[in-house]
Design a protein around this ligand. Structure first.
Ligand code: DC
Length: 228
């Protein structure tokens, strides 16, 4: 086993419930929650602030390399610090949803964030959540999960999420954006969204958060008892 505990990866499309489950699982296990989507979002926000176009691959790669970006455990979650400022809320807007999926296509940005993610996760004791955790960043992870749900269920969850935050959005628009993000995630040339080899696939469409968490914890227990 790794020095600090298991390295667990959770991948899947937007709205499959990954973030909630990854956060709760990390909390239960006393592991670090590595929210890699937040890192792409932070790059997108920094680019927007500096007036860098999401098409300018060279400038985005340079920006990522010099970015002062930190994920700091806070309460039961994670604070995203950009240039010393807490941007945890600001990276969760519909505009950053869209911009982050554009910067995530840039090979130089993916390479730069992969290095940062490995530095944070390789020793173990981590639940790493994203789109390419089990396939590219941590292919030798101890335990890999792939969470999914139908696009309609994912759009409904996202719509409720946005409404809670005070955005007035239509279900149809959210569904359309989810399908568009799926397409971009699956079709990009570098590290597209795939079910990683050896991953346990869970469809969360008709499961509660508690049920999904229970299922993951059972797998973790099984893995831990097989290495002890
Ligand atoms: O999970 P999220 O919605 O916070 O992710 C934001 C964007 O970043 C999303 O468009 C997918 C992309 N992403 C990625 O390409 N690879 C990851 N490991 C994590 C996120």
């Amino acid at each position: 086993m790794r020095p600090k505990g298991l390295l667990v990866t959770i991948d899947g499309p937007a709205g499959a419930g990954k973030s909630t489950i990854a956060r709760l699982l990390a909390q239960k296990l006393g592991y670090l929650y590595l929210d890699t989507g937040a890192m792409y979002r932070a790059v997108a926000l920094a680019a927007k602030r500096r007036g860098i176009s999401p098409e300018d691959e060279e400038a985005l790669t340079r920006l990522c390399r010099e970015l002062d970006l930190k994920l700091v455990p806070r309460g039961d979650g994670l604070a995203v610090m950009l240039d010393g400022e807490d941007v945890s809320e600001e990276i969760r807007t519909p505009e950053i949803d869209r911009l982050s999926s554009m910067v995530a296509k840039v090979p130089g940005v993916r390479e730069c964030l992969k290095e940062r993610q490995r530095a944070l996760g390789e020793a173990g004791g981590v639940v790493a959540e994203g789109r390419d955790m089990g396939s590219h960043v941590f292919p030798d992870a101890d335990l890999k999960f792939f969470l999914t749900a139908s696009p309609e269920v994912r759009a409904k969850r996202r719509e409720q999420d946005l409404r809670r935050k005070g955005y007035s959005v239509s279900y149809e628009k959210v569904l359309q954006e989810i399908l568009e993000r799926d397409r971009r995630d699956q079709e990009r040339e570098v590290a597209p969204l795939v079910v990683p080899e050896g991953a346990i696939l869970i469809d969360t469409s008709s499961l509660t958060t508690e049920e999904v968490l229970k299922r993951l914890l059972e797998e973790v227990e099984r893995r831990l008892s097989s290495v002890s």
